[in-house]
Design a protein around this ligand. Sequence first.
Ligand code: TYD
Ligand code: MG
Length: 470
Amino acid sequence: MAKSRVQFVCQACGASHARWAGKCDACGEWNTLVEEGTQAGGIGGGPASLRSARKGRSVALTSLSGEIEDAPRIASGIAELDRATGGGFVRGSALLIGGDPGIGKSTLLMQAAATLAKRGNRTVYVSGEEAVAQVRLRAQRLGAADAPVELAAETNVEDILATLSEGRRPDLVILDSIQTLWTDMADSAPGTVTQVRASAQAMIRFAKSTGAAVVLVGHVTKEGQIAGPRVVEHMVDAVLYFEGEGGHHYRILRTVKNRFGPTDEIGVFEMGDSGLREVANPSELFLGERSQKAPGAAVFAGMEGTRPLLVEIQALVAPSPLGTPRRAVVGWDGSRLSMVLAVLEAHCGVRFGQNDVYLNVAGGYRIAEPAADMAVAAALVSSLAGLALPADCVYFGEISLSGAVRPVAHMAQRLKEAEKLGFGRAVFPAGGDETAGMALASASFRPASLADLVARIAGSRRSRETDEGN
Ligand code: TYD
Ligand code: MG
């Protein structure tokens, strides 16, 4: 019999400890240590006595210039999903899709499975969370009930592997979710780090040995009661996160890791009554409910991977009743806002000291680019001065601590997207010849410093007083 040893494993980071403690030393999380028994041989290994008795067998060594299968990728036919995976599911690889419960992971994968199965790929969907009837119900709602997807409600890894080894080699295997799987190899409860890791390892080994594409679904959990997807992130070939804001219908599929493609791509979807709909032009979605005349709104021409994306930034600057005025940000970096405010105060003579400042990115979208500095500054000044910015103008550019405006990447692409959506003007950094000859570039204002932009916005009051039609 295997020799069992008790240890305490952090469900957040997977670190193991000899003794229980309230706080994990490795990651600093509280109340995440759970007692788990492991075989002395380690995770995924066989019983220690058997392992020591078995003699290694020699494996065939091979050369780099071997045969490669014709179509190493299976395109799902859902363009936004293929964009995020870098062109489709890769044969012989394991992909992890993580996300909050209820965000739409099962829906997305069922839609992908149905499309692939209809094209003649053998597609197996193993649900460990829902009964067969529930999965069928969802498929009906998605209009995918007639797709020849092979369905099973099973959680034991050995049973799943035995099932998969029958018949034709599957092209795509979906395991929903990794936290419900358990293997005979580990003796702790399903959902614990040991089980999740051992099960994932078995399924990844299956992918590599058969050439099937395996998709693992992982729930992100706030409490440490079940292990999060993080513990398998390093084992799989690609990691995608499915995100969305409560109250908004759109969902973003973000690539976090990809051994076979770029990692800065996103796929955008909208959740509707009959499943997820692709959003081919996300800018239209994020600019949808724009109010044209309100002060404090500026349209930022951003980039997500290789795709330009226009989104509205809203600022509200209001006199504060408090001694220490409030600064609140949704969708952007709070310290970046403090920096822009400091530059406006120090170099442009704009005072925010007695005002509350609120910043919001419309549509619940989240911006990570420093190129948003210029749009944020424009929105802030516009709100403080009570002057609406021109509705047909986009803004982008990075602001340095000295108050200078710095060029950013992909300027031509940003302008092209703005042009396509009917914007007629742009405010962006000087320098960089890539935009030469563009119609929008000629109708642009290209400030060298933030002070120039502030002067221009303040100057619009005077021109408006003399020329109302502007
Ligand atoms: P689901 O795919 O079950 O989420 P996950 O697998 O990530 O936990 O999606 C569940 C949510 O999606 C649920 O709140 C209902 C909603 N939904 C729709 O709005 N329309 C649909 O057509 C479907 C299938 C689900
Ligand atoms: Mg689900």
